[in-house]
Design a protein. Structure first.
Length: 228
């Protein structure tokens, strides 16, 4: 039975939270908005991040301008080596590839995503790369994960999603996938999300044995496992 793994990107495979905060804060500052702690929190797992930042600018910029300017700045951060892989992330993708096809479902723009994957040496190892501009509805809607599964050619119930954010976990679950959660910085998942993952790891490196177990062949139909 074919099994696929679909990864989130930001804060699941690469340490990019600070990068997006820096470039979005700089954009907002140029348009008269002083960045706040609540703005940083609002970016996490927010598929409508560009609309959010545009809203902070009081009509002085639209989402397309935000995407263009912030993607250019974030891609420059990648080129400068300031968007590193999280420890164990590449090994996690390679292990997933031993069990079946691998895809990516992210809200980040394609230009940034391709630069990151190239830097990680993973460009040729993914069967599907779904980016923010590829779907009308971002996470927590199931669309990104459904599209990735369709591009890979594996039914969603045979896919394992690897996610760090509550909205990402909601998205993958709504798509009918099992989820391996790796919450960013050891964050506590909210009560309505905490019961959804099939397993949870404290770090990307610690997720490797759980991913191997979840992808191992099992007799009979797939059923969602209890949290590890």
């Amino acid at each position: 039975m074919t099994r696929a793994t679909i990864f989130d990107l930001d804060d699941t495979l690469v340490d990019s939270a600070d990068t997006w905060v820096r470039v979005c804060a700089a954009f907002a500052a140029r348009h008269g908005h002083p960045w706040r702690a609540e703005d940083t929190a609002a970016l996490h797992g927010n598929g409508r991040w560009a609309a959010y930042v545009a809203g902070l600018c009081g009509g002085a910029a639209d989402p397309a301008e935000v995407v263009e300017a912030c993607t250019t700045a974030a891609t420059g951060e990648v080129a400068a080596g300031r968007v590193p892989a999280l420890p164990g992330a590449v090994d996690l993708v390679l292990e997933a590839g031993r069990h079946g096809p691998v895809g990516l479902a992210t809200a980040s723009p394609r230009r940034f995503v391709l630069a990151v994957l190239d830097g990680l040496g993973l460009s040729g190892r993914l069967s599907a790369v779904v980016c923010g501009e590829d779907v009308a509805r971002a996470k927590p809607a199931p669309d990104p994960y459904l599209r990735a599964a369709a591009e890979i050619g594996v039914p969603p119930y045979r896919c394992l999603a690897v996610e760090d954010s509550p909205n990402g976990i909601r998205s993958a679950t709504a798509a009918g996938m099992r989820v391996l959660a790796v919450p960013r910085g050891g964050m506590t998942l909210p009560p309505d999300v905490a019961h959804l993952p099939a397993a949870q790891a404290p770090t990307t490196a610690a997720a490797l044995p759980l991913l191997t177990r979840l992808l191992a062949p099992q007799p009979g139909p797939l059923v969602r496992e209890g949290t590890v």
